[in-house]
Design a binder for this molecule. Structure first.
Ligand code: ZN
Length: 248
């Protein structure tokens, strides 16, 4: 933690921090936005409960906004990426795990505790064979459609080359994504679903079947949202943090 803060200070000395007014941070784990505190880091335990907003504000004398990386990514895509022009969108980042962020009415929707958007832990299979999830539940979307569940980028390459086993894994992922995103669409009526993360690199191989499967999950009167690949890639977090910092 101290190392990260020192590195930040060094960076700012290089570019000059005199004009620094606002700081936006996208953190890779759940964040209490209202209090500006990191709830848990799944990677570095020293971040657990860390009051990062207060610490950064004290060190740099700037207004600080702190949110989780999925929310920040959603805002980045909504403002500057594939979600431009959509005031209501669902952003899904299917990488090692599955993160999601909701932009509703042009703003990040955080819910009562800052935990809205946990799409990865929506139950998509409640049968006896439901796969266990890292969160402790069974049958979560993340256990079917994350990079870890699918088997990484190698599977996309094999599926493109015609490997039936790999294509089967992508089909399972598509079915699970359609379930969870169908529920989200029936609930929220977004006009776009932006799909990013390593899994999205499968491109139309994933998105084409996902549009078809999603349509079957929607109630008849529900317009199908545009299902589009994320445009900002790994920069979504940085660009989104900038957008977060500049919000009113
Ligand atoms: Zn789970």
């Amino acid at each position: 933690v101290a190392g990260v803060l020192a590195a930040l200070e060094e960076c700012l000395q290089e570019v000059g921090s005199a004009a620094l007014k606002r700081i936006g941070v996208g953190f890779g784990g759940p964040v209490d936005y209202a209090r500006g505190v990191i709830l848990t880091s799944h990677h570095v335990s020293q971040w657990d409960g860390y009051p990062l907003r207060q610490e950064l504000a004290a060190r740099f004398g700037a207004a600080v906004r702190l949110d989780n990386d999925a929310n920040v990514g959603a805002l980045g895509e909504a403002r500057y990426g594939a979600g431009r022009g959509h005031a209501n969108l669902v952003y899904v980042n299917a990488g090692t795990g599955i993160g999601a962020g909701l932009v509703l009415g042009g703003r990040i929707y955080r819910g009562a505790n800052g935990l809205a958007g946990e799409l990865g832990h929506v139950t998509v299979d409640d049968g006896p064979e439901a796969r266990p999830c890292a969160c402790g539940k069974r049958g979560c979307l993340e256990a079917y459609a994350s990079g870890r569940a699918i088997g990484g980028p190698e599977v996309t390459r094999r599926a493109k080359a015609g490997d039936e086993g790999a294509q089967g894994r992508l089909r399972d992922a598509v079915r699970a994504l359609a379930r969870a995103l169908g529920a989200a669409t029936n609930l929220l009526n977004p006009s776009a679903i932006v799909v990013g993360g390593g899994v999205a690199e499968a491109g139309e191989l994933l998105l084409g079947p996902l549009r078809t499967a999603l349509a079957r999950e929607l109630m008849p009167d529900m317009p199908a949202p545009a299902v589009v690949p994320a445009a900002l890639g790994y920069d979504a977090g940085v660009i989104g943090a900038l957008a977060l910092a500049s919000e009113d």
